[in-house]
Design a protein around this ligand. Structure first.
Ligand code: FUB
Length: 464
C-alpha cells in the first residue's frame, strides 16, 4: 500500500523523475568513476545518500543510506557506515543495519541519524511499518559506532507516517527527536534514548520561522524534510532541505530547542544533479564541515546519489556562509600513517574496485581487475620506507600491486606479487622491498594482472 507521504512525493516528483530517470537509467550504473583528481563524492564504490555525521573518539563516522544501482525510485534496503580521522581517506564499515533488522518493517531504509549516549550508539531511522503501511521511526542500538546494530525495542519508537529523524542531546542532558515531511515534529526522549515522554508536538511552520515557499499554497513555508538540529554556543540551529523539488539546504535558528524559530536563508543552493539534498553539520578538530549528497558519480542522479563534504567557517555573527558543492571536497586534516595497519577499504578515491565483508571481520577490497587503482591521500612516509606488506587472497592466478606516488601512473616505488591462494577469502601476506617513498605523498595502489578478477586485499602496512 502506498502511504500518504510516498504518494505525495511520487506526485510531486513525477516530472522530475522523468527528467532524472534518463541519468539514473543510463548504462553506467556502476558508480566507479573514471580517473580524476577529486575527493568528492567521498564514496565511489556504491551510491550513498542522506549523510549523518557523528564525531567520536577522534574519528568522524558517517551514517548513510544506500541507493541501489540503476534505481528509479528511493529503492533503499540498508544503511551504511564510513569513518575517517582526516576527512579525505574514508574507511568502509559495510552495512551494520538494514530493513530486516526491524522484524516489523517492510521497506525503505531512508534518512536517519546515529548519536552516542553513555557508551551506546542509537541509530534512528525511518522505515515502512509492515502492519500499517506507514512510515515509522525505528531505533537501533549498538555498543560500537560501527555496530552491529539491533532493534532496540522491537517496534516503532514513534509512527505518524512521516520521515527523516534527527536527534539532538541538549547541554542539560534532555534529548529531542525531530522528524517530518510534510510537517515538522518533535518529542522529548527519555534518558534511555528508546522511549519518550509526552506526545509528539507539531512545530508551527510559519513563514517567519521557515521562509516563504514561492507559489506555495498547501505548503506555505520552505521546510520540506531532512531536519538536522544542533546547538552552537547558546544558539540552536535547524538545517533542513527546502522547497521540493529541486531542494536546496536552508536553516533557521532559535534561542531554545523548541523555538521560536527564525528563518536565516540558504546554505547550499540547488545544484549537483539530484533533486533531493540532505545535510549534516559537525565540528571536527577545530573546523566545521557540511555533509550533503548529489548526483555527481557516473550514472548518478536523483535516485543514485553520493555523499560529499565541504569545510566551511561560520560568519562572525554565527550565520552560515553560502556553501557550494565542489569536486575537490574538504582539505585533509592531518596525514595518514602508513607504518600502522591500514585497511584496504580506506580510500580517498578509486577506480574499478568494490568492497565486501571479509571472512575474518571488517571489509576487504575485491572485484579487482587489471588497471584498477586506489588512491590514499596524504600518506606520511617521513624519511622513507623499506618494505610493503599486504594481506591478500585470490581464487585465480593473482597479479601485482604496484605502489605509485602522485597518480595511478606516477613514480613506482615498489611492486608486490600476489599469488593464487586457492580462494577469495584464503588470506596470505605478501611483502616486497620499496625505495623512494619519502615525505607526505598521495599513494596509489595500482593493480595489474591478466583478465578477470585478480585478487582481494584486506589490509596493508609499510615498514621503515
Ligand atoms: O533517501 C530517501 C529520502 O530522500 C530521504 O529520507 C529524504 O531526506 C531525501 O533525501
Amino acid at each position: 500500500m502506498e502511504t500518504p507521504i510516498r504518494s505525495r512525493r511520487r506526485a510531486a516528483l513525477l516530472a522530475l523523475a522523468v527528467m532524472f530517470a534518463a541519468a539514473a537509467l543510463s548504462p553506467a550504473a556502476d558508480p566507479s568513476p573514471s580517473p580524476v583528481q577529486a575527493d568528492n563524492p567521498i564514496v565511489q564504490t556504491i551510491y550513498t545518500a542522506d549523510p549523518a555525521p557523528l564525531v567520536h573518539n577522534g574519528r568522524v563516522y558517517i551514517y548513510t543510506g544506500h541507493d541501489e544501482d540503476g534505481s528509479t525510485w528511493f529503492t533503499m534496503k540498508e544503511w551504511r557506515v564510513w569513518s575517517s580521522d582526516d576527512m579525505v581517506n574514508w574507511t568502509d564499515h559495510g552495512s551494520p543495519l538494514n530493513v530486516d533488522t526491524f522484524a516489523w518493517a517492510r521497506q525503505d531504509a531512508w534518512a536517519g541519524q546515529a548519536v552516542e549516549r553513555n557508551g551506546k550508539f542509537y541509530w534512528y531511522v525511518p522505515v515502512v511499518n509492515d502492519a500499517t503501511g506507514r512510515m515509522a521511526i525505528g531505533v537501533a542500538v549498538a555498543d560500537s559506532p560501527t555496530g552491529p546494530f539491533r532493534d532496540a525495542i522491537g517496534r516503532p519508537l514513534v509512527e505518524n507516517g512521516e520521515i527523516d529523524p534527527t536527534v539532538f542531546i541538549d547541554t542539560d542532558g534532555q534529548a529531542y527527536l525531530y522528524w517530518g515531511n510534510p510537517n515538522l515534529w518533535y518529542v522529548k526522549l527519555n534518558a534511555d534514548m528508546v522511549s519518550y515522554s509526552g506526545s509528539a508536538t507539531r512545530i508551527q511552520l510559519t513563514t517567519q520561522g521557515f521562509g516563504t515557499r514561492p507559489g506555495g499554497t498547501d505548503r506555505p513555508t520552505l521546510y520540506e524534510e531532512g531536519p538536522w538540529v544542533y546547538k552552537r554556543g547558546s544558539l540552536y540551529y535547524m538545517v533542513f532541505a527546502a522547497q521540493c523539488c529541486s531542494e536546496f539546504i536552508a536553516y533557521s535558528t532559535a534561542p531554545g530547542p523548541t523555538g521560536p524559530w527564525t528563518y536565516r536563508g540558504t546554505i547550499m543552493p540547488t545544484q549537483g544533479g539530484s533533486f533531493t539534498n540532505h545535510a549534516g553539520v559537525i565540528d571536527f578538530e577545530g573546523s566545521s564541515y557540511f555533509f550533503y549528497h548529489n548526483g555527481a558519480l557516473p550514472g548518478g542522479g536523483g535516485f543514485t546519489r553520493s555523499v560529499a563534504v565541504e569545510r566551511f567557517a561560520y560568519n562572525g555573527d554565527g550565520t552560515f556562509p553560502t556553501i557550494n558543492m565542489t569536486s575537490a571536497g574538504a582539505p585533509q586534516s592531518g596525514a595518514l600513517d602508513p607504518f600502522v595497519r591500514q585497511e584496504a577499504e580506506t580510500i580517498a578515491w578509486q577506480s574499478g574496485v568494490e568492497t565486501e565483508r571479509a571472512s575474518g571481520g571488517g571489509m576487504n577490497v575485491g572485484w579487482i581487475e587489471n588497471g584498477d587503482w586506489i588512491k590514499v591521500k596524504g600518506v606520511a612516509f617521513g624519511s622513507g620506507a623499506s618494505s610493503f606488506t599486504a594481506r591478500v587472497a585470490s581464487a585465480t592466478a593473482g597479479g601485482s600491486i604496484e605502489l605509485r606516488l602522485g597518480g595511478p601512473n606516477g613514480t613506482r616505488v615498489g611492486t608486490c606479487s600476489v599469488p593464487g591462494t586457492g580462494g577469495w577469502q584464503t588470506w596470505t601476506s605478501v611483502t616486497c622491498p620499496v625505495s623512494g617513498a619519502t615525505g607526505t605523498q598521495d599513494l596509489y595502489l595500482r593493480f595489474t594482472g591478466g583478465s578477470g578478477y585478480l585478487f582481494n586485499v584486506d589490509w596493508w602496512r609499510w615498514a621503515a
